[in-house]
Structures are given as structure tokens and as C-alpha cells.
Design a protein around this ligand. Structure first.
Ligand code: MN
Length: 289
């Protein structure tokens, strides 16, 4: 199982230097995998990333959140087409990097909506994601829909909603991506969503309730990791944390990262890697109970 770290723990700038730094630091902190934010896949330096991944022997995945200009739930066909092109390019990058997972808020814009989604918007989203999943299948990539809280999308706020969406689109490589930070806001508990989505759960984000140090907020990680063990989840499990100490302009502002919850990414990452692995070791022993 790959234990990973989101690139934004290390830098907000994903040019060649930023990519190299993030890969090096992720490896040094003890992780197996780095998740690159592909907010702008058209400018991503695949060559620099490939070289850095090879040098440090790290696995890779990628995620993104669509914007208003690329929102595939939009009633404007040009905006939907822009979203589709961006998602297809992102899938290609994951494949070119040798990755197997593409995830995030890829089914709508990642922003606070002021209205519920429309039936047409949802249909447009599913049509587009079906095409993205088809391209990804050809390239050996799994596509996972990240369930986020109500302030970051109006489409998928619970695991069961994401499961229904994925079942309806019905692609073998399309599944669900759960994030403990969002679950802590929207779900009934930290167990039921894991059990409910088990057949299609592909990807997990580990984030604290304030997105800082694991164990310093209100997320019930013990229950969540017990649930993962119960379904024999095989990963990836990726640590995600944000602080105003590291800023990616488009992503940090959308996520409301206004406070400085940590300053030392290396200390934070090392702590998170140990925290996740310790939970997995302990929960594995439940088989003996
Ligand atoms: Mn997340």
C-alpha cells in the first residue's frame, strides 16, 4: 500500500524547481507517493517530474479542482469543453508519469456554489466524466471522485452520493475518493461512508479538521482507520495539509487557507507519515482479536 503526501505541503509553485523540491521532501519525510496538484496541467513540466520521481524512487498520483472557467456542470458548452480538455490532459499526464490514480473535485468547480446543481448540470458532469474515465482506462489510470464539503461543491458532499454517481456512470475504473477533513463536516460518522463505498473506494485523503497536524483536531482517525482495515483497503492513503506558510494562489484561496497552522513542512510531513503508518499497524492487528 502506498502512503502519500500532497505536494502543497512543500511548495505552492509547481514549476521544475518546485516539482523537484516537493519530490525530494516527500521522499525524505518517508512517504511512498507524491500527489501533484494539476490545477494547470497544460503548463506542468512532465520531464522534470519524471526525472525527479525516478531519482527518488517515488510513486505518483495527481488531483485537481475545476474552476468556474472549466466547470463541467456549466450550462455553457464552451466551459464544459474547456473542462473536458483540462481533465483529459491531466489523465494523460498521470499516465506519462507512470501514475495509476487521478482524483479530486473533477466533477464540478471547486468553489462555494450559491444554488443547488441542476439536472442538466449533473448530466453534463456525468457525460464528461464518462469520457475522462474511458480515456483513463485506455491509459491504465483509475479516476476517483473526491467527496467534499458543501462549501467546495454542490454536487458530491457524501460518500453515498459519490457512490450513486459512480454506479450511474458505470465505468470499471471510476470510483470514490474519501477525505477525512470533508467527512468530519458532512458524514454521520467516520465508518459508514467507508463501508458504504467499499466496492468503489479507490483513494483516501487524510486531513485534520483544521487541515493542520494530525491528532490536534476533532477527526476520529481511529474509527476511520478501523473501517479501512475492515474493508481491507489497499490505498493509496495520502496526507493532505495546508497552511498559509505555503501558498498556491488559486488553490489556497479557494480552500480558505488563511491561518498559519504550521511552519515546518518537513516536521509536519514526517509526523503525518508516522501517524498514518502507526494507525495501519495497530488496525491490522484487529484481525487477531
Ligand atoms: Mn482532499
Amino acid at each position: 500500500m502506498n502512503i502519500g503526501c500532497h505536494g502543497l505541503v512543500w511548495t505552492g509553485t509547481f514549476d521544475a524547481d518546485g516539482i523537484r523540491l516537493a519530490v525530494e521532501k516527500t521522499k525524505e519525510a518517508g512517504f511512498d507517493l507524491i500527489e501533484f496538484p494539476l490545477m494547470d496541467p497544460f503548463s506542468f513540466d512532465v520531464e522534470a517530474a519524471t526525472a525527479a520521481l525516478e531519482e527518488h524512487g517515488l510513486a505518483v498520483s495527481a488531483s485537481l479542482g475545476l474552476s468556474e472557467a472549466t466547470d463541467i456542470t456549466s450550462s455553457d458548452p464552451e466551459i464544459v469543453a474547456a473542462g473536458e480538455a483540462l481533465l483529459l490532459r491531466a489523465v494523460d499526464i498521470v499516465a506519462e508519469l507512470g501514475g495509476q490514480h487521478f482524483c479530486g473535485v473533477i466533477y464540478s468547480a471547486m468553489r462555494k456554489y450559491m444554488d443547488p446543481f441542476t439536472a442538466q448540470g449533473l448530466a453534463s458532469s456525468k457525460r464528461t466524466i464518462a469520457k475522462v474515465a474511458d480515456r483513463a482506462l485506455e491509459r491504465g489510470v483509475t479516476v476517483s471522485l473526491e467527496v467534499v464539503n458543501r462549501y467546495e461543491s454542490n454536487v458530491l458532499n457524501t460518500g453515498r452520493q459519490a457512490l450513486a454517481y459512480a454506479v450511474d456512470v458505470d465505468r470499471p475504473n471510476l470510483g470514490v475518493h474519501l477525505d477525512t477533513y470533508h467527512m468530519n463536516i458532512e458524514e454521520s460518522d467516520m465508518v459508514a461512508p467507508v463501508l458504504d463505498t467499499a466496492t468503489k473506494l479507490n483513494y483516501v485523503h487524510i486531513g485534520e479538521s483544521h487541515r493542520g497536524y494530525l491528532g490536534t483536531g476533532t477527526v476520529d482517525f481511529d474509527s476511520f482507520f478501523k473501517a479501512l482495515a475492515r474493508i481491507d483497503f489497499q490505498g493509496p492513503i495520502v496526507f493532505e495539509s495546508f497552511s498559509s506558510a505555503v501558498v498556491a494562489p488559486d488553490l489556497s484561496r479557494m480552500l480558505g487557507i488563511w491561518r498559519n497552522l504550521w511552519t515546518d513542512g518537513a516536521e509536519l510531513g514526517t509526523h503525518a507519515n508516522a501517524f498514518i503508518r502507526d494507525k495501519l499497524v495497530a488496525m491490522e492487528s484487529i484481525r487477531l482479536h
